[in-house]
Design a protein around this ligand. Structure first.
Ligand code: NAD
Length: 472
């Protein structure tokens, strides 16, 4: 069924977009067009920013309890759309329905709930000597988001921005905009004050650049590739606007010699292949102590065999396609280059069978990867795991840190103190020890070229605040 969306959401209502060729949205499993959305212009961005600016003073002055009540109503309206959202993500992105429900829909609802609480109970002002230190909303936020977690990436910006008292203009990814429309249906139903949140769809070079470079946007909050993050930072620099950036990753899963190898490899492979590897935090480098290396490769090959590719709506499917033909081709090129650079194929690879229709890549494990090679250095954003042998803890830390990225990572050891010592030495924004669960209240963000700033929890709220010192 085609979903034809013709409007932007501006100043609290749906507004028909002026002419222009709409953007087609594809289903990556069937390769068919499943919908269209309008391609916005710089003038549309002007209107959206003007609405957000006009709403700012009133929203910033709203009582925290009222802001929390608005977010609570949004949470209810979004929860009522759980099934629709999961189906839309499965259709426009290809995530298997179970993961689309549990992760792609469940996680943003959890995050939104956490900001209902934080909006109601914001961090108290601090007293520093004779100063009262208060936090105030930064102003109008321009939010630009990617396609890989199409609802979560938006909610991780919109919820803390609104909780802090900011107003916002969103430009979602042109590859997965239909999920964003469902969120704005919920926003409309929840009755947020006009102008507090606004939606303009379109391409990065037109709508994204107009938003990032807009003189009346105080903070650009971006999630996406490092190349685009760099461009956005340049655009914002002209007016010294603030930017927060959640960018790429090439995270290391460090498996020490005393680890529970079966768990470490099984969870590690699952993490690398989640969402067909289109996950910025994916542990795409597995670093294994030499004494356990061959055993780990056997386990990784067996685990990979269990990943059945197919239709996201088939309950037996564990991996869907990649989001686009271009992404599929990029990932295939990376695999070919990794093998040409001396990597040894352990599972999957260029000749492994994939469904005839759809933009699929077989889950692939490549061993003996040189830590300086492209396969170990580039973010691939597909189901490709590079395995690298290491000699001891020091060597593991050196290899793990041999990256321009630093977003996530893992350490496995039978000795938790040893794992903690290694975790502390990793130059990365998050480390999970022995498969510890994701914490949606913990700060999320990157070292080095993985980004600037933090999302989620109280740290995520603070990204949307200015700090004021009042002396008395
Ligand atoms: P992308 O950078 O191509 O696009 C992200 C968004 O930026 C899209 O909305 C796009 O339209 C827009 N955009 C593109 N060019 C622009 C420009 N010149 N000016 C302004 N906006 C522009 O990234 P993508 O392909 O959508 O997403 C994949 C990348 O995102 C991967 O590299 C991945 O690691 C990264 N990512 C990071 C995180 C994180 O939290 N760190 C999360 C998800 C994805």
């Amino acid at each position: 069924m085609e979903s034809v969306r013709t409007d932007f959401y501006l100043d609290g209502r749906w507004v028909r977009a002026a002419g222009g060729e709409p953007l087609a949205v594809h289903n990556p499993t069937t390769e068919e067009v499943i919908g269209t959305v309008p391609a916005g212009t710089a003038e549309d961005v002007d209107r959206a920013v003007a609405a957000a600016r006009a709403a700012f003073e009133g929203w910033a002055a709203t009582d925290p309890a009222d802001r929390a009540a608005h977010l609570d109503r949004l949470h209810a309206a979004l929860t009522a759309r759980t099934k629709d959202i999961a189906h839309t993500v499965a259709s426009e992105l290809g995530t298997p329905l179970k993961v689309a429900t549990r992760v792609q829909t469940g996680l943003p609802l959890t995050v939104l709930r956490s900001y209902v609480d934080l909006a109601a109970h914001p961090p108290a002002p601090q007293t520093v000597g004779n100063s009262l230190v208060v936090r105030e909303p930064v102003g109008v936020v321009g939010a630009i988001t990617p396609w890989n977690y199409p609802l979560h990436q938006i909610v991780a910006k919109l919820a803390p921005a609104l909780a802090a008292g900011c107003t916002l203009v969103l430009k979602p990814s042109e590859l997965t905009p239909l999920t964003a429309y469902l969120l704005f249906d919920a926003i409309d139903e929840a009755g947020l004050p006009p102008g507090v949140v606004n939606l303009v769809t379109g391409t990065g070079p037109v709508v994204g650049e107009a938003l990032a470079g807009h003189p009346d946007v105080d903070l650009v909050s971006f999630t996406g590739s490092t190349a685009t993050g760099r461009r956005i930072t340049h655009l914002a620099a002209d007016r010294i606007a603030r930017v927060s950036l959640e960018l790429g990753g090439k995270s290391a899963n460090v498996i020490l010699d005393d680890a529970d190898l079966a768990s470490a490899v099984k969870v590690g492979v699952g993490n690398a292949f989640l969402n067909s590897g289109q996950t910025c935090t994916a542990w795409t480098r597995m670093l294994v102590h030499r004494d356990r290396y061959d055993e780990a490769l056997d386990l990784a090959a067996k685990a990979t065999d269990g990943y059945r590719l197919g239709d996201p709506f088939d309950p037996a499917t564990r991996l869907g396609p990649l989001v686009s033909a271009a992404q599929r081709d990029r990932v295939r090129d990376h695999i070919a280059r990794g093998l040409a650079d001396g990597g040894r194929l352990v599972a999957g690879g260029p000749d492994a069978p994939v469904p005839q229709q759809g933009w699929f890549v077989a889950p692939t494990v490549i061993a003996d990867v040189d830590s300086d090679s492209a396969l170990a250095q580039e973010e691939i954003f597909g189901p490709v795991l590079a395995v690298i042998p290491v000699d001891d803890d020091d060597h593991a830390v050196r290899v793990a840190n041999n990256s321009r990225y630093g977003l996530a990572g893992a350490v496995w050891s039978g000795d938790e103190e040893r794992a903690l010592r290694v975790a502390r030495r990793l130059r990365t924004g998050a480390v999970d020890i022995n498969g510890a669960p994701f914490n949606p209240l913990a700060p999320f963000g990157g070292y080095k070229q993985s980004g600037l700033g933090r999302e989620l929890g109280v740290h995520g709220l603070e990204e949307f605040c200015e700090v004021k010192a009042i002396q008395r």
